[in-house]
Design a binder for this molecule. Structure first.
Ligand code: ZN
Length: 143
């Protein structure tokens, strides 16, 4: 239920594992063994895991605010877009010439910094969607 939250955490540079269709005990075990904080919309599951945060269904903004307050989630601009939003891998810088033909022409012409996910080969750059995310993040920080 927190798939979009996982994506947001990755945008913020956090190592966010997302699981579904898994038994509670298994999820709690993974969280414990990998020293993760469990984020869940499931009260029962949250009660089974010591290091967990129960999130209400009150929208991304409120959920992120709760994480800032309860676990000290940091919104650090220099960590933004360091992870693949889809597979959680750390992205690597890639030379501009190498992405020619792999990104839209106007993107290639207007940007100089590109990053690639070593796993899914998705290419990232700081474009308008990134600016919009930054605005959203700033608005959370302000109130
Ligand atoms: Zn990837």
């Amino acid at each position: 239920m927190l798939g979009s939250m996982a994506k947001w955490l990755r945008i913020l540079g956090y190592d966010a594992k997302y699981v579904k269709d898994m038994e509670d005990e298994e999820i709690a075990r993974i969280a414990r063994e990998e020293k993760r904080i469990l984020l869940t919309r499931d009260k029962k599951l949250a009660s089974k895991c010591k290091n967990s945060v129960y999130l209400e269904n009150n929208g991304l903004r409120e959920q992120l605010k709760k994480l800032i307050k309860e676990i000290g989630l940091e919104i650090n601009e220099k960590n933004l877009l360091t992870r693949c939003i889809i597979c959680n891998e750390r992205v690597e810088k890639i030379e501009k010439e190498k992405v020619r033909g792999k990104v839209p022409e106007h993107v290639y012409e207007n940007h100089d910094e590109f990053y690639i996910c070593p796993k899914c080969k998705r290419i990232y750059w700081i474009g308008t969607h990134f600016e919009n995310m930054k605005k959203f993040i700033e608005s959370i920080k302000l109130n």
